[in-house]
Ligand binder design. Structure first.
Ligand SMILES: CC(C)(COP(=O)(O)OP(=O)(O)OC[C@H]1O[C@@H](n2cnc3c(N)ncnc32)[C@H](O)[C@@H]1OP(=O)(O)O)[C@@H](O)C(=O)NCCC(=O)NCCS
Length: 167
């Protein structure tokens, strides 16, 4: 399994799984067309604080992972550090083969190495696979906002915050 920065040429591969309903159930921004996939990659590459990576197995793109760095809140001067919101999606044909867990295991130390202080992931309480990916990588469950987000199916969902701190 390898992780590399995403590029324009990944748009078709990303679309192949991102348009599947099981990939869209718990994500904010959905991708249903090649144009949307291309724009998503272009926007992320343009944003200096964003990161978008392709996850590959045997040379084939099977997922994506990335996020955005931001300055933590402060009561005083602006802190000279960044925190990071992490997100990921894996092709359902590859679910439960350890792909996301391995990708997160690669990215988390790399982010801390470049100075990220706190890596935060938000995931819905019923997204058991995502919770498992995070907790098995040392993320701590910090809290749950109850019935905080309206799901695509009209149900209100509990939203969990997990984080991994640089030691
Ligand atoms: C979340 C997601 C990325 C996980 O990818 P993955 O490559 O299948 O994850 P892994 O195989 O590394 O790990 C999944 C773990 O969850 C467990 N799991 C899967 N479904 C489960 C369920 N319904 N209940 C409990 N555990 C479950 C697996 O057994 C595995 O645990 P293990 O490592 O102890 O064996 C994938 O399901 C996905 O793309 N979902 C849609 C997008 C999404 O929800 N992204 C996260 C938004 S926060």
């Amino acid at each position: 399994m390898t992780v590399r920065p995403a590029c324009d040429a990944d748009a078709a591969a990303f679309l192949g799984y991102k348009r599947r309903p099981e990939c869209q159930a718990y994500v904010t921004r959905t991708v249903d067309t090649l144009e949307q996939s291309t724009s998503l990659i272009a926007e992320r590459l343009d944003e200096p604080d964003s990161l978008l990576c392709a996850v590959l197995v045997d040379g084939h793109v099977v997922g994506d992972m990335g996020g955005r760095r931001y300055r933590p809140e402060s009561l005083g001067p602006e802190p000279d550090v960044h925190d990071f919101y992490l997100g990921y999606t894996v092709d359902p044909d590859r679910w439960n083969q350890g792909v996301a867990s391995a990708a997160v295991a690669l990215l988390v130390p790399a982010l801390h190495r470049v100075g990220i202080r706190r890596i935060v992931a938000k995931t819905f309480a019923e997204n058991a696979a995502s919770l498992r990916v995070l907790t098995s990588n040392g993320f701590c469950h910090e809290g749950t906002e109850r019935l905080a987000v309206l799901g695509r199916d009209g149900r209100w969902l509990d939203d969990c915050t997990l984080a991994h701190l640089a030691t």
